[in-house]
Design a protein around this ligand. Structure first.
Ligand SMILES: [Zn+2]
Length: 163
């Protein structure tokens, strides 16, 4: 199975949280290739394992070099260790333990390292992370490094998620 198909399969398990960013209707994963809404708006999965849900092109100021530096600081220094620890404690204090589907959404996840490290510290197998960023470069790096999470390029002003 390719990374694209694995990503599409993962999204299909949680597809009920996605809403078309163009018309707000429910979406489904078709042929492990695309996310398609009731009105046939189609968003294809990328071969690197993410889906682009942008409805317009943007000129992000954040480039690959910035995300590489960010990745290095977050993963190789202990600068954010206490913060990750505390956030994971707050999450664990506030979840229903009986709930077998717990989604943690990082709105503006960049290259994904914060979300990945927080989930690692939560140590809960029922938890799935969803990371959104408007920067394709960031999501591309996140999808390459952290394959077990759901990554998508999107615009919070036109959120591709249900409330
Ligand atoms: Zn639509």
């Amino acid at each position: 199975m390719t990374n694209k198909e694995k990503s599409a399969e993962l999204v299909s398990k949680y597809v009920h949280v996605f809403n078309c960013p163009l018309c707000n209707s429910p979406m489904e994963v078709v042929d492990l290739r695309s996310l398609i809404c009731l009105n046939n708006h189609t968003f294809d999965f990328a071969k690197q394992g993410y889906v682009n849900l942008m409805t317009r092109s943007t000129n992000s100021h954040y480039d690959k070099k910035l995300f590489e530096a960010r990745h290095k600081i977050i993963t190789e220094s202990d600068l954010y260790g206490l913060l990750h620890q505390r956030i994971s404690e707050v999450i664990n204090e506030n979840i229903e333990t009986s709930n077998n589907e717990i989604m943690i959404f990082d709105a503006g996840c960049g290259e994904g390292s914060h979300l990945n490290m927080i989930l690692d510290k939560c140590k809960n197998e029922a938890m799935i992370g969803l990371g959104l960023d408007i920067s394709k470069e960031g999501i591309l790096m996140a999808a390459k490094n952290y394959r077990k999470l759901i990554w998508f390029v999107g615009d919070l002003a036109k959120s591709p998620l249900v409330d």
